[in-house]
Design a binder for this molecule. Structure first.
Ligand code: ZN
Length: 210
């Protein structure tokens, strides 16, 4: 299984200083063909470095910690819990450009449930890193499965990759769909169908990938 490695955050000691990070941005500005000393760009390195703190905030978060507080009093509720259309912004680990999409996260509780905002925060904890969509899908599903130990987990991600729309093949409007089904979502076709119909059946790919 994947997650102990996947969940590991970067040790602080390996982190360069803010000055080093800003110097690196100045190099990239020169590489782009511009002059980092011209007025309009003087504050850009500092802004870019601050933006990186937002874009990559997930490295500072322990995804398991987000799910640690659960509620065991579910009053006999044993139906599927679905949070759909969770918008996320991630960054492709090959080109460092945005991957923007929606996540649908579902589980069939067995003993414990979490507050629904926790599912959205779980998505962000993995999105705000350098990612590939397939890996992110697995990380979200496996973490939910390991921490909550539900009867089943279903995760579907639909996203547009700017590395495909603004460079390379330059194909805009293309959406990639990935999914991971665990437990009853994998073994029971009717559970999977229910999930897919709730989230609006994001495409045959989601079924093929299971
Ligand atoms: Zn890319």
């Amino acid at each position: 299984m994947t997650s102990s490695k996947a969940n590991k955050t970067q040790p602080a000691a390996e982190r360069p200083s803010r000055d080093e990070a800003e110097a690196a941005v100045r190099v990239l500005l020169r590489w782009a063909g511009d002059d980092p000393e011209r007025e309009g760009l003087l504050d850009t390195p500092a802004r870019v470095v601050r933006s990186y703190e937002e874009f990559y905030a997930g490295y500072q978060v322990d995804p398991r910690e987000i799910l640690a507080r659960t509620f065991s009093e579910v009053d006999g509720y044993d139906e599927m819990i679905v949070l759909k259309d969770i918008r996320f912004e991630s960054y492709c680990e090959h080109h460092m450009v945005p991957i923007i999409g929606r996540a649908h996260v579902a589980y069939l509780p067995q003993h414990r449930v979490v507050g629904i905002s926790k599912l959205a925060r779980l998505v962000d904890a993995f999105a705000k890193r350098l990612q590939i969509q397939e890996k992110m899908t697995v990380q979200i599903a496996d973490t939910l499965n390991e921490v909550l130990q539900p009867a089943g987990v279903g995760v579907i991600l639909e996203a547009a990759h700017q590395c495909m729309s603004t460079r390379g093949v330059h194909k805009a409007g293309v959406t990639m769909v990935t999914s991971r089904m665990l437990g009853t979502f994998r073994s029971d076709p009717s559970t999977r169908r229910e999930f897919l119909s709730i989230v609006g059946n994001p495409g045959a790919v989601a079924i093929a990938n299971t």
